[in-house]
Design a protein around this ligand. Structure first.
Ligand SMILES: *Cc1c(COP(=O)(O)O)cnc(C)c1O
Length: 386
């Protein structure tokens, strides 16, 4: 099936058997348990499933797996060019599972590159799951690797400054240590980190993959071997994805390439216009800096951040087409103040040192008409003054 284009596969991945099943919509399996009259056979199957492996039978129990969620996992793995994917109840549950896997393997040291999403930064900085962290610039990674280093974590483009990091160089710098790329902002439509050597690709599927602001989810695309570890952890810790969320995510994936193309075109146009607006002192959008990793990302994605000269809170209060809300990746455009919301949990001094200033606003561009979005931003910026 990989001979077809990504746009075709986004529609059909995870659904290839539906015609043979004689159904059109994806079957939504809400079972928490799967009856069987043969307990001995069930015990033998649990021995296999307990290793994190998959078999052809039903899951035995909802925490072991779910057929609807498995369809989403199959589809996302295919779009990322990965062997497997494992879905979780949120992006943070997905990241937690990866950190627990590192701790369980006796490699609790993590190298991470700032900026990261605020709660990801907090989870690492707090050491809540038994990890320790070395914060490094991309060119400091090789020197930061230790025998007990279990992961290198980066977001590219990063939340909220859209900083891009050269993933190929990072994989060379970290050697045997697996590189985990949070690909939430780019999505597999604009960037496929595995092609650049990343071994683990993480998404907050709450954002673009779901795409409509009505599903909380996370997913990790990786090798089948790593997926087995993650399934074991998911089984034991319970950070499951609900089957209805799996259903909605599959629906979201079908339109992902079309949504991303439309939103990214609008975002690029708005980034250009904002760059000349007198109330905007700086625009962050991939491609606006010269030192971009070449060929890594196609297009700039659908997030634009700006530093405003006036009061950022007044801009948030004044928008009428944009939805003033945290999160991103929905069909409607959203605007939020990272220092107050997405990155509020960080230590204020570290936040500022990371480049997330008090005048920064993050815009997630949706599917509205570009002129309506521009008019809304212009009037809101005008009210906020210079
Ligand atoms: C939102 C977000 C997360 C966390 O995902 P949740 O689904 O909210 O748990 C992780 N990484 C990035 C880049 C995000 O934007």
């Amino acid at each position: 099936m990989s001979t077809y284009s990504q746009r075709t596969r986004a529609v059909h991945a995870g659904r290839d058997d539906l015609t043979d099943l004689g159904v059109h919509a994806v079957p939504l399996d809400l079972s928490t348990t799967y009856p069987s009259r043969d307990s001995r056979a069930e015990a033998a199957r649990l021995d296999v499933l307990g290793t994190g492996a998959l078999d052809d039978g039903p899951p035995v129990y909802g925490r072991v797996g779910n057929p609807t969620v498995a369809r989403f996992e199959t589809a996302l793995a295919e779009l990322e060019g990965a062997e497997a994917a494992v879905a979780f109840g949120s992006g943070m549950a997905a990241l937690s599972a990866c950190l627990l896997a590192a701790v369980a393997a006796g490699r609790p040291h993590v190298i991470a590159i700032r900026p990261l999403y605020g709660t990801s930064d907090h989870l690492l900085a707090s050491g809540l799951l038994g990890t320790t962290v070395t914060w490094a610039a991309p060119d400091e990674v090789a020197a930061a690797v230790r025998p007990d280093t279990g992961l290198l974590i980066v977001e590219s483009p990063a939340n909220p400054t859209l900083t891009e990091v050269d993933l190929r160089r990072l994989t060379e710098a970290c050697g045997e240590v697996p590189l985990l790329v949070d690909n939430t902002f780019a999505t597999p439509v604009a960037q496929r980190p595995i092609e650049w050597g990343a071994r683990i690709v993480l998404h907050s599927a709450t954002k673009f993959l779901g795409g409509h602001g009505d599903v909380m989810a996370g997913v990790v695309a990786c090798t089948e071997e790593y997926a087995r570890t993650l399934r074991q952890i998911r089984f034991a810790t319970g950070g499951l994805l609900h089957p209805l969320a799996g259903y909605l995510l599959l629906r979201g994936l079908a339109t992902l390439p079309v949504r991303m193309a439309a939103a990214a075109a609008t975002a690029a146009e708005l980034a250009d216009r904002l760059a000349t607006h007198p109330a905007v002192s700086r625009v962050y959008y991939p491609g606006r800096t010269a030192d971009r990793p070449r060929g890594q990302m196609s297009g700039g994605g659908a997030i634009v951040s700006i530093e405003v000269a006036g009061d950022p809170h007044a801009v948030v209060a004044a928008v009428r087409v944009f939805t003033p809300a945290v999160s991103l990746g929905s069909v409607d455009s959203l605007i939020q103040h990272p220092a107050s919301l997405s990155h509020h949990i960080m230590d204020p001094q570290i936040r500022a040192a990371t480049g997330i200033g008090d005048r920064l606003l993050r815009l997630s561009i949706g599917l509205e008409d570009v002129e309506d979005l521009w008019a809304d931003l212009a009037q809101a910026l005008c009210r906020a003054g210079r």
